[in-house]
Design a binder for this molecule. Structure first.
Ligand code: C2E
Ligand code: CA
Ligand code: CA
Length: 454
């Protein structure tokens, strides 16, 4: 293949050991021996100044699921992996201007590009190197998901006015875009990516006003008991209705406000609305079912959430059994200790906790036995086809069976057809949620739904 040819000619082994003076050591990252990031920026700045007719490629890479390695195998193994990774980078670096670890598992290199290589061919080359590294590392570190995410920006004399920090930040932006894609984890920066940033700033800057103006609304999606087809609960899902009446759906803004941290305020707003709703129905003597609330991963950073919920219980005086919390399985993987602390705190308040989106990401089965969760919510990926695939059927029935043995209730979301619903009944999945029963509906419609079911 052509890329292999390019690769062979690019690989150049580094020389043997260097002897460093005390001063040089101060300029290096102690773990990897690479230049400190400040030094990197200085060298890149100098490289840009001397660019002439050449091009410089800035390659920014991080290791997806690196934290998982640290958490699972310990920091020592994580450190060895980082050093191995550096050795790999150095093996593939010719015409290198400089190389540095920005922080944690984020690395950046800058090198002059060979004249005959197009920008796209260079990207393909880096992509092929990443794939090769992944195969090697997965074998060595027993982790089938480990992945390198790379953003590349290539500059020439026309971009000489850019400073080193801007150039690296462009490569980093491309890396972030790459990270959100499952397949193609190696992307060239292009200026349209700045549009995404602009939109992000636009949305996040409007959030405080939207909260004050009550533009966020809570919708409710019924949960149905498989055996009796009774309504036994609902999930609260936020909707953002702009003053012009149009809706923005959570997938379009939750990831953005998670990055800005504002999701905490939006969640608190939703929680308060739900508590108020439950209290009003109960005070009026109307029937009500438990409502589950989504918990963003961002709450783990501060952990004020428990105090806030406790205050809501004190203010609204509703039974703890009326509120449940949904934590995505990825939260547990991000930071198992904190997540465990949160689950225990929620249990202390008397509420039930579910593991949301189970099966959508890196499902860790042993996590199920380690965490005291009450409900497991099978992700809708298992029901992606109208006709259930044999393999999905096997997984569903195994997960349901396993949950049962661990005394965990199982719920399947995304149920859209009667066939799917019947299959879930057959394998003993206790609760179902999905468009087959109802889409998420406004509070008023949900009240009608409850009154009808009664
Ligand atoms: P989720 O927690 O997994 O919520 C379920 C999503 O699946 C909802 O999308 C729901 O409308 C959709 N859904 C339900 N049944 C079906 C079905 O039968 N077929 C299909 N194709 N989809 C179905 P929605 O409301 O757009 O929410 C998307 C995600 O946004 C949620 O995923 C949740 O992660 C997040 N989210 C929503 N509301 C909140 C909130 O108040 N706080 C936080 N932190 N996250 C929220
Ligand atoms: Ca959920
Ligand atoms: Ca879910």
């Amino acid at each position: 293949m052509e890329t292999t040819g390019i690769k062979d000619s690019l690989i150049e082994q580094t020389d043997g050991q260097e002897t460093l003076s005390a001063e040089q050591l101060l300029m290096r990252d102690s773990l990897t021996g690479l230049d400190k990031y400040e030094v990197f920026l200085e060298k890149l700045e100098k490289g840009i100044g001397e660019i002439g007719d050449r091009r410089i490629a800035i390659v920014y890479t991080d290791i997806k699921y690196f934290k998982y390695i640290n958490d699972t195998y310990g920091y020592q193994v994580g450190d060895v992996l980082l050093k191995d990774f550096v050795a790999e980078i150095m093996k593939n670096s010719v015409r290198l201007i400089c190389c540095s670890r920005v922080y944690s598992d984020n690395f950046v290199t800058a090198n002059f590009l060979r004249e005959d290589l197009t920008n796209e061919a260079f990207r393909d080359y880096i992509h092929s190197v990443n794939l090769e590294r992944e195969a090697k590392f997965r074998e060595k570190y027993l982790n089938s998901r480990l992945q390198f995410c790379t953003g590349i920006t290539i500059i020439d004399k026309n971009s000489r006015s850019l400073d080193a920090e801007t150039v690296v930040s462009n490569a980093n932006l491309a890396r972030k875009v790459a990270k959100e894609m499952d397949e193609d984890c190696c992307i060239l920066f292009d200026s349209s990516m700045m549009e995404g940033i602009k939109r992000e700033v636009e949305i996040t800057s409007r959030v405080p006003k939207a909260i004050a103006n009550h533009e966020f609304q809570v919708y409710y999606q019924p949960k149905i008991e498989t055996d009796t087809l009774r309504l036994i609960g609902a999930e609260a899902l936020v909707r953002w209705q702009k003053p012009d009446g149009s809706f923005i759906y959570p997938d379009q803004f939750i990831p953005l406000i998670e990055r800005s941290g504002q999701v905490v305020d939006v969640d608190y707003y939703v929680y308060r609305e739900v508590f108020k709703f439950v209290a009003e129905r109960m005070t009026a003597g109307k029937n009500m079912v438990p409502i589950s609330l989504n918990v963003s991963r961002v709450h783990l950073n501060k952990m004020n959430i428990l105090k806030y919920i406790q205050e809501l219980f004190e203010e609204f005086q509703i039974p703890a059994g009326m509120i449940e919390f949904e934590l995505t399985e990825s939260i547990y993987l991000d930071n198992t200790e904190r997540a465990l602390e949160l689950v225990k705190g929620l249990h202390k308040l008397g509420t039930r906790v579910s593991m949301d989106d189970f099966g959508s990401g890196y499902s860790s089965l042993n996590l199920l036995s380690r965490l005291p969760i009450d409900i497991i919510k099978l992700d809708k990926v298992f029901l992606k086809d109208m006709d259930l695939q044999e393999s999905d059927k096997i997984i569903i029935s195994c997960v349901v069976d396993m949950a049962k043995r661990l005394s965990i209730t199982s719920l399947c979301e995304g149920v859209e057809t009667i066939e799917q619903s019947d299959y879930l009944k057959e394998v003993g999945c206790q609760i179902q949620q999905g468009y087959y029963f109802s889409k998420p509906i406004s509070q008023r419609d949900f009240e009608e739904f409850m009154d009808r079911k009664k």
